[in-house]
Design a protein around this ligand. Structure first.
Ligand code: AMP
Length: 577
């Protein structure tokens, strides 16, 4: 087995490595370090985050720069502030026995004056985000005209985030004969173009297969109906009691909404997205690092800098649009040699995306079923029993024992155990014993009024606009979505009739729906919504109803009085429609 000594690193670096507890080089280190130490060359390294790539370029950089000189010799560009800070602190740890190395972080959202002061002291190495770097070059605060090494870290992410022009500008301020080392998890054509344009005959190394996700990650998908996503998320969390996870959503709004719902439902959850202030994001990240937050719900952009090693699961609440993004998401787990699981909650119509990802990452997904309520209760029960077994007894308890014995007097061992585990177990049991299993039926997103069971907890509404008002189910759904500020999948089973329609939402949206349509007018006309009184028909019955097209589900209708106020009118003849 190759050792760090074999790679030709200096004693001071080896001492720092030993302090860090790294036992042997990771694959990317084993491949990159000898090349970078051995010659002045450009390098393209395909490596995921979590593979040890920071040290793969960090060790050679530290070994090659001239510590006696205060000139800036190396520039590391990284996509986010978090990553920038993470690289800087890693570099500082690596150089702890090399007195005189100054690595400075330059990133947006912090005082430029303070950063300029740090640079003035003489920084041999600068770690920067492209935007702030460009700004500081423009203001003449940094001089990178003599750098010998430039590292483009997470190049694919930087391009994803639209930094191409900034990178181009920054590189035009650097010497032509420098060495450029590009690290990227994936190799989309944009990154290949950068390599072609700015690098000279780069050596290429690949860790694992090209464009592959980290091999320590198991990929799983769970098929659910569109509106069962949230319930599925909760089950996945409940079925993994020790979970420490990033839950990815596509939009900032969904991220906030899901985090809030989880908190409301008693989970240790938090949100991380771009609408939060830097301070709020720092708080969320710190709480996550300290494991005060178990489920961090995040957007892709906000999660880019997450540098936490022991994430057990990545949950894709929704799949991303880009396959590359999936690779980044799943790379948040399975870091530093640990294994991890990337779970995807999908609807049947999204299955082709899973196949496309499999092709790209060259790994198969496992199709799994959302655990049933009983399975979850069992898991929780055994987890609780092991937790009790493994709990260290607090010696302070001794003082209280006599009183506790008094309280528990008369209970034998059996009864005591049963009662003890019931304290927690009953909470799960009560919740799950009455809930429907997910993913066992094919629940459609139900837009066109197709048949299927109504989801438990969903509410059907009557609305007094229909085809006569120019709506079909799609445009009515759009109207409801915009008016209520909900997502597409939150409104389902939209059924338009001639002069009225029906739709469903989850029960928790009912107050919002009723409140929004209280005194609501479109073009001077009151649009009224009420909870449908009749149970929804299903299957054939519904189709028959459609054919006839004459029966309505509720038995009241609203009409306007001349003065514009509404009055309730009993409809005696459903056939009227
Ligand atoms: P990176 O890919 O640079 O983000 O590194 C991921 C994590 O792995 C960091 O926390 C590093 O400190 C750690 N790490 C890097 N190299 C090694 C190694 N050879 N052995 C164990 N851990 C490492």
């Amino acid at each position: 087995m190759t050792t760090f000594e074999d790679l030709g690193l200096t004693m001071s670096l080896l001492s720092a490595i030993s302090d860090l507890g790294f036992e042997s080089p990771s694959e990317v280190q084993e491949k990159a370090i000898p090349i970078l130490l051995g010659e002045e060359t450009d390098l393209v390294a395909l490596a995921q985050t979590g593979t040890g790539k920071t040290a793969a370029f960090g060790f050679p950089l530290l070994q090659k720069i001239d510590i006696e000189s205060r000139t800036t010799q190396g520039l590391i560009l990284s996509p986010t502030r978090e990553l920038c800070l993470q690289i800087t602190s890693e570099m500082q740890l690596y150089s702890k026995y090399e007195k005189g190395v100054n690595t400075v972080a330059i990133y947006g959202g912090a005082s430029i004056t303070e950063q300029a002061k740090q640079i003035k002291k003489g920084a041999q190495l600068i770690v920067a985000t492209p935007g702030r770097m460009k700004d500081m070059i423009r203001r003449g605060i940094v001089d990178i005209s003599k750098i010998e090494y430039c590292v483009l870290d997470e190049a694919d992410e930087m391009l994803n985030m639209g930094f191409y022009e900034d990178i181009k500008d920054i590189l035009s301020n650097t010497p032509k004969d420098k060495s450029t080392w590009l690290f990227s998890a994936t190799m989309p054509k944009e990154v290949a173009q950068i390599a072609k344009k700015f690098m000279h005959h780069p050596k290429e190394i690949t860790v694992g297969a090209k464009n592959a996700g980290a091999v320590t990650v198991q990929h799983e998908y769970y098929i659910v109906g569109g509106r069962d996503r949230y319930a599925a998320l909760k089950r996945l969390a409940d079925a993994n009691p020790g979970i420490f996870s990033v839950v990815f959503c596509r939009t900032k709004r969904d991220t906030q909404r899901i985090a809030e719902k989880l908190i409301e439902d008693g989970y240790n959850a938090g949100a991380l997205h771009g609408d939060l202030s830097q301070n709020q994001r720092d708080l969320a990240m710190n709480a996550f690092r300290k494991k005060q937050i178990q489920l961090l719900v995040a957007t892709d952009v906000a999660a880019r800098g997450i540098d936490v090693d022991d994430i057990t699961h990545v949950i894709n609440y929704q799949l991303p649009d880009e396959i590359e993004t999936y690779t980044h998401r799943s790379g948040r787990t399975g870091r530093a040699g640990k294994s991890g699981i990337s779970m995807v909650i999908v609807t049947r119509s999204e299955l082709r995306k899973i196949r496309a990802i499999e092709k790209k990452i060259q790994q198969k997904f496992l199709e799994k079923k959302i655990p049933t309520g009983i399975e979850i209760c069992e898991i929780q029960l055994y987890h609780l029993a092991s937790k009790i077994r493994d709990t260290e007894v607090n010696s302070k308890i001794d003082d209280y024992l006599p009183a506790i014995y008094d309280v528990l007097e008369g209970l034998d061992r059996d009864a005591l155990i049963k009662k003890m585990v019931s304290v927690e177990f009953t909470r799960f049991y009560n919740y799950y014993s009455t809930s429907r299993d997910l993913g066992t039926e094919i629940t459609t997103s139900g837009d066109s009024g197709s048949s299927g069971n109504v989801s438990e907890g969903s509410v059907r509404y009557f609305i007094n606009i229909g085809e006569r008002d120019g709506y079909d189910w799609m445009s009515l759904k759009d109207f409801l979505r915009d008016t209520l500020g909900l997502e597409k999948e939150d409104i389902f089973r939209v059924d338009t009739k001639d002069s009225f329609s029906f739709f469903n939402t989850d029960a928790n949206f009912t107050p919002l729906v009723l409140e929004t349509f209280n005194d609501f007018k479109v073009d001077g006309r009151f649009v009224n919504v009420e909870i449908s009184k009749k149970p929804e028909r299903s299957g054939k019955g519904r189709r028959r109803e459609k054919k006839k097209g004459r029966r309505r589900e509720g038995n009241t209708n609203y009409s306007k009085t001349d003065s514009g106020s509404r009055k309730r009118k009993k409809r005696r003849n459903p056939g009227f429609f």
